[in-house]
Design a binder for this molecule. Structure first.
Ligand code: APR
Length: 245
């Protein structure tokens, strides 16, 4: 597949009726949050089945909180990068209907994007597994993990662990948007995880053009991608938005 360029993406965005974006960890790497796979990925240091599976969290919350505290610190320090801002600008220009994100770092919202579907939840929210109450992070002392609710229940970041279902409302909204769009930007994701990686297929099956932005080809590229832009999300999206202004 020949490489495409921001000028082609700008033209596709001009011509489309409903554009959607599916984002993954790669869009936040330049904000200081490591991706999961690849040479410096989080899963090269933490075995996801030992640290990111709901049963591991229930069996050994102190151990899993060790990784969660590291992730929480990285997310607290992270700021949106030009890629997040570019997508927020496209939404303001009415060129992007919404973002389906696999990320839990809240950076799309922090960049000003309004229609963000949190497919894997949001690490800035915390919930009690017993009473299901949402807990204000300002009331939590992260030096004393695991964290427990006043009802005695275990507190968990409001993120989807392996072995948990996608929040039904987010799942429905994501597939509705994927099936309604005629252009899907797939940005910074290895497309390794179900059911998120079904979304480009759903979009394609409903007639959408699939544009992939990534440093390297993925499992999607050969089967579903119509335009592949090789490079960093911030560079490509910033150039594309500049051409649309
Ligand atoms: N610009 C564009 N793409 C990038 C950049 C960048 N600057 N940096 C990295 N990438 C790409 C990588 O090439 C890779 O394809 O981002 C992708 C990151 O892939 P993963 O680390 O697998 O992250 P993601 O696809 O979001 O993982 C999906 O897996 O572990 C679960 O719940 C977790 O949401 C996560 C899901």
């Amino acid at each position: 597949m020949p490489n495409s360029h921001p000028a082609e993406l700008a033209e596709l965005l001009r011509r489309c009726q409903v554009a959607a974006a599916l984002t993954g960890a790669g869009i936040s790497v330049e904000s200081g949050i490591p991706s999961f796979r690849g040479v410096h990925g989080l899963w090269t240091r933490y075995n996801p089945m030992e640290y990111a599976h709901i049963q591991a969290f229930l069996d050994n919350p102190a151990k899993v909180w060790g990784m969660l505290r590291e992730l929480d610190e990285l997310i607290r320090q992270a700021r949106p990068n030009p890629a997040h801002h570019a997508l927020a600008t496209l939404e303001k220009m009415s060129k992007l209907k919404g973002i389906i994100t696999q990320n839990v770092d809240n950076l799309h919202q922090a960049a000003g994007s309004k229609n963000v579907i949190e497919f894997h939840g949001n690490a800035r929210r915390f919930v009690c597994l017993r009473c299901r109450r949402q807990i204000d992070p300002a009331t939590l002392d992260f030096s004393q993990t695991p964290l427990y609710c006043s009802c005695g229940g275990l507190i968990k970041p409001d993120i989807v662990f392996f072995g948990e279902e996608i929040p039904p409302a987010a799942n429905r909204a994501a597939f509705d948007l994927a099936e309604a769009c005629d252009l899907m930007l797939v940005i910074g994701t290895s497309a390794a995880v179900m059911p998120a990686n079904f979304l480009p297929k759903a979009a394609k099956n409903h007639g959408a053009v699939i544009v992939e932005i990534n440093l390297e080809p993925t499992e999607l590229t050969r089967r579903f991608t119509d335009y592949f832009l090789e490079g960093s999300a911030s560079q490509i999206l910033s150039e594309t938005v500049a051409l649309l202004k």
